[in-house]
Each structure stands twice: as C-alpha cells, then as structure tokens.
Design a protein around this ligand. Structure first.
Ligand code: ISL
Length: 568
C-alpha cells in the first residue's frame, strides 16, 4: 500500500534471528533459516518483518554491538542472503525493517579503533572521551568522569590506559557511545542509512534513539541510598539536541522516499515527549516504543519485580491511548527480545495458558496503534524454566547477577529475579515442533529450548482453530478487514471492576466493543446505561471461549475471557 500512513493498518512481526531458525546446524539462527519459515509469517498475516541486528558483530550484546554496519555477520549469512530474504518478503507482499543501532558501535568498529588509537586521531571526537576526575588517577575507583551506572551494571566509563582517558558506554564496555555532537558522525550514520534504503529495505527500528543527545557537561546523577553509582538518565535521556538530530535525520535520509516505516525505541519516554516524536508535522519518526507498561512491575531494579494489581496494565495502556488520540501514534507491544514472555508475566501460564494468551492478544491488537508481535508470542511461548546461572547467556542478566551476589544478595534470591525478568526468556529458540530441538536446529542450540515445546509449538497450532496462533491470525485479519480497528477512536467504557478492560472503537458509525477479563477469576462487567443501550443489538465477532456459543456482551466473564462485538 502506498498511503503515507499505510503502517496504521499494518502489523509488524519481530524476528530475533539468533533464535528464529537455524539452517546450517551451528545452533544459531540465520537468514536462510528465516527464508525457510516465510510460510509461517504469511499465514499469520503480518505486513512487516523487523529483524533484530544481523550486521557484523563480536556479539557482546547479541548483535547490538555492531562492528560493520554494511555487512552481515557470518553467523547469520551474507549480503546475498539478505538480498534474497528482502526479495522473498517483497514477493509475498511483506516489508522488511532493519534495526538501527547508532547510539553506540562495537569497540571493534573501525571508527572506534581509530578513535582510541590516540588523542590526536581525527576520529577521537567521534566518541565520548574524558580525562579522569580532577585530582584522581585514571583507573582507580572514583576517578570516572561521572558517577553514572551502566544499563548493564558497573560504571558507564572504561579506562583506556594507552591513551590516558575514559570512554563512555551506557551499555556494555564493548558498546562505546557515539558522539552525535560531531556532524561527521551524523553524516556517516545518515550515509549508512541511505545505503540500506537504496538496497530496498523499508524502514528502521531505532535502538535507544532517545539517548543519542547527551548534555555536553555530563553532570553527575542522583545516587540512591546504598548504591555505588548514580543515575545519569537526566543527562542523556531526551537530551538538548535530540529532536534537532531526528529532524535532521528525516531531512537527510527519509525525505522524498515513500512507503517507509520508522519506529524509535525510547526507554523512559514520557507521553509529552512521545507526542513530540510522533506528531507527523514535526517529521521525526512514525511511532515510538514507550516503556511505561513494561516498567509497571519493576521494583528497586527490574530484577526485584513486584506483582501488579488488577487493572494497572489496562490503566497504563488507556493513558497512552488517550494521550496519543489526536496527534501522534502508538506502537502496541507486550513482548520483544528484552522482555519476559507476556503470558508468563501478565497472564496465567499455568492455569489459564490459552485463555490468558488470547485475552492479552485481544486487548493489544484491537487498540489504536500499530501492533508488534514478537516471535513465539503468536504461539503463546512462555518464560524458560532456568534454575542455574549457567543456563543464562544474556550480558545484562549475568552482570546483574554477579553484581547482586557481590553485594550480598543470596544466590537463590538473585536467581529468582532472573527467573522472572531475564531477557533470555524471550530468546529461547522458537518452538516449531515437538522434536528434541523444537525444529530450530540440527545442532546444539545456543540457548536451551524450552522443554514445553512438546505441548507449545507451531506444528500443533497452525490450522487448529482452537490455537493461540489461529486466534492471533484472526485478530490480525480484523485489523486488515475493518477500518475501525486501524483508524477508529478509542474510549474505555467500563471502569467498574479494574480487572475488566472494556473499550469501544468507533469510525463513521462502525463500532466495536472489546471486553477482556484480565484476571484468573470470574468478573461481572457493569456497563453504563448508554453503553448497554448501544450494544443490546450487537453481534458477536470473536471470542476466546469457542467452541462454546458466544456469550452476550454483558454476561459474566470467565477467567481471561475476551469478547469482541460489532454493531454491524
Ligand atoms: O532491557 C533493558 C534493560 O533492563 C532495557 O533497558 C534495554 O536495555 C533498553 O530497552 C535498550 O534496549 C536496546 O538497546 C540495548 C540492547 O541490549 C537491547 O537489546 C536493545 O533492545 C543496547 O543496544
């Protein structure tokens, strides 16, 4: 479709290539593996495939540490494979979105190798180099230029003995931050982006794009009691030149090109900021991934989560629906490669696996915004049952665990945090079938396959009308078939019981009523008189209780029951 806002009726599917499908038996997924599984994506009905990074990388952070933006890592294949995948997706009417990771590079990128080679190197200023604090010696505790804590534990500064300065890394020590203040850096990034668009890709998902502008004075951040490092977020989240940079990128890269989709990943973004990013008149990005709903359960850290009260999730999503109702646009997601599995986190994977997976899907897909399905979510994949530290692979988990244990947390407690929140839960191989490696690889999978693939797998679900896959497919079909799903207004209509999320969508007289029980016990919806009046004649469109006959719109809802009614 060529409408400028075609992505409003599109559904995006995220592939994490490392865990999707291995074609050569090395235990790591690859591009030719993705090519083998296009029938699955086409059957599901998604419009766009977003690939997590497949560029050259030493894989300190599974490819989010890029050493060459213009080549494919050998573990994933070649540029020819990428071209083949792009052509095959286009032939099936799907688009391809690449991950754009330009807040930082790998420390093995040629730019950084030059930059670190000496203080006089012309690329020195392409990264954030700073001397030790006044009166200290580089490398000793407390000499770091700021007190900031890295997203992956420890200081954000690494001491470079050879050139006698520190470099900044908000993430891993092998992910030095690019200095966007330097116009040469920005031009090099834009040039690389144009190179990919010229190759035929259809857009970018922009990794931590709201962190690219740092406050040039690099002020210290507040230190919470008992912590060694401070929170530098205020100095680098939504920095002073962020929107200037994004508008420049738009002019330099996207102007005059049609049919693209851009989504900024923006941890910590506020509603007000999200409006600035996505107001079409500002010409920045089409939509952003906000983090409010996936931060609700975080405690002192994400690895000390708290249970959510019924209704907290719905209230947060409602707030964003209202906030971006008139201008801007929401992306809709419950999962990605950084988040636990949604059926384990927000649903009830033990007692009500099918109902809660489909209830959450109903809630998400029928909101106003562009839905993102993370690989395996369409199968109701769950968190992994890991119980020992050597089962985990993710740098964030391993560092957080080491940090906790070093500061006196009991091993069992540290492991408990990982068992709920590790990014590795999203990264176990896709469960294609019930064979020993789930059809993912002929070799040894790089991360263990979830043993529940004997029950939860694509072979068992595709074509089974009672499956999470086919239910998700029906939801995607509704978005394509009914303009009210993509373009209608949103209004929450039942706030009587917090566990019930009921909302109406409306477009030119077409109405939908979506009613979801987000709890493992029965609840009775209470609708206002005008709503009851409107829906008395409503027709059932979809429910996750089949083969039972669809219930009336106002009947009590069983655990995780979801129903959709239409007025015509
Ligand atoms: O999962 C997180 C840590 O709890 C998030 O803070 C995450 O680090 C943040 O959303 C940024 O994520 C993105 O950039 C990271 C990379 O590790 C993630 O995989 C990526 O999605 C650095 O490139």
């Amino acid at each position: 479709s060529t409408a400028p806002d075609w992505w409003k009726s599109a559904v995006v599917y995220q592939v994490y290539p490392r865990s999707f499908q291995d074609s050569d038996g090395d235990g790591v997924g690859d591009l030719r593996g993705i090519l083998q599984r296009l029938d699955h994506l086409e059957r599901l009905g998604v419009d766009v495939v977003w690939l997590s990074p497949i560029y050259r990388s030493p894989h300190a952070d599974n490819g989010y540490d890029i050493s060459d933006y213009r080549d494919i890592d050998r573990v994933f294949g070649t540029l020819d494979d990428l071209d083949d995948l792009l052509a095959a997706l286009h032939a099936r009417g799907m688009k391809l979105v690449m991950d754009l990771v330009v807040n930082h590079t790998s420390d093995e990128h040629a730019w950084f190798l030059e930059s670190r080679s000496s203080r006089e190197n012309p690329k020195r200023d392409w990264y954030w180099w700073r001397p030790p604090r006044e009166g200290t010696h580089g490398g000793e505790p407390g000499a770091e230029p700021t007190n900031w804590e890295s997203f992956f534990s420890g200081s954000t500064w690494a001491w470079d003995e050879a050139s006698g300065e520190y470099y900044l890394h908000l993430f891993d020590v092998k992910q030095p931050d690019l200095n966007w203040e330097n116009p040469e850096v920005r031009e090099a990034v834009y040039d690389m982006m144009r190179w990919w668009l010229d190759r035929g890709v259809d857009g970018f998902r922009m990794d931590v794009i709201n962190l690219i502008s740092k406050h040039p004075h690099l002020p210290d951040g507040p230190v919470r009691s008992g912590r060694r490092y401070g929170d530098g977020g205020a100095a680098y989240t939504s920095g002073p030149r962020l929107h200037e940079f994004l508008q420049e990128m738009h002019r330099e890269v996207f102007d005059g090109r049609d049919g693209l989709i851009t989504v900024g990943e923006t941890p910590g973004v506020t509603l007000e900021e999200a409006l600035r990013f996505t107001d079409p008149e500002r010409r920045e990005v089409d939509m952003v991934f906000q983090f409010e709903h996936v931060g609700l359960d975080h405690g002192a850290t994400k690895f000390h989560p708290r249970p959510l009260a019924p209704g907290e999730l719905a209230a947060s999503l409602e707030r964003w629906q209202e906030g971006l109702a008139d201008r801007g646009w929401n992306s809709l997601y419950l999962e990605n490669h950084d988040q636990p599995r949604s059926v384990s986190r927000f649903g009830d994977a033990d007692e009500h696996w099918y109902s809660s997976a489909t209830a959450l899907a109903t809630m998400l897909h029928l909101l106003r915004g562009t839905p993102y399905v993370y690989q395996g979510q369409e199968l109701g994949m769950t968190n992994a049952p890991f119980s020992a530290i050597d089962e985990y692979r993710d740098v964030e988990s391993l560092n957080a665990y080491a940090d906790e244990v070093a500061s006196g947390t009991a091993v069992a407690d540290a492991l408990y945090g990982l068992s709920l929140m590790s990014r590795d839960h999203a990264r176990t191989p896709v469960q294609w079938d019930a064979t020993p490696n789930a059809g993912f690889t002929e070799g040894l999978p790089w991360l263990a396959v979830n043993p529940n693939h004997d029950r939860i797998n694509a072979a068992a679900q595709v074509g089974d009308p009672g499956s999470v896959f086919e239910y998700t497919r029906a939801l995607i079909g509704l978005r394509h078939d009914r303009p009210v799903v993509a373009h209608g207004s949103f209004a929450r209509v039942e706030a009587g019981h917090p566990a019930i999320f009921a909302y109406e969508r409306e477009l030119d007289g077409d109405r939908l009523l979506v009613t979801v029980n987000l709890a493992s016990v029965e609840h009775d919806p209470v609708f206002a008189d005008d709503v009851t009046e409107r829906w008395r004649e409503g027709m059932p469109l979809l429910t996750n209780t089949l083969p039972d006959a669809p219930a009336p719109f106002d009947a009590p809802l069983g655990p995780w029951e979801a129903r959709v009614h239409a007025n015509r």
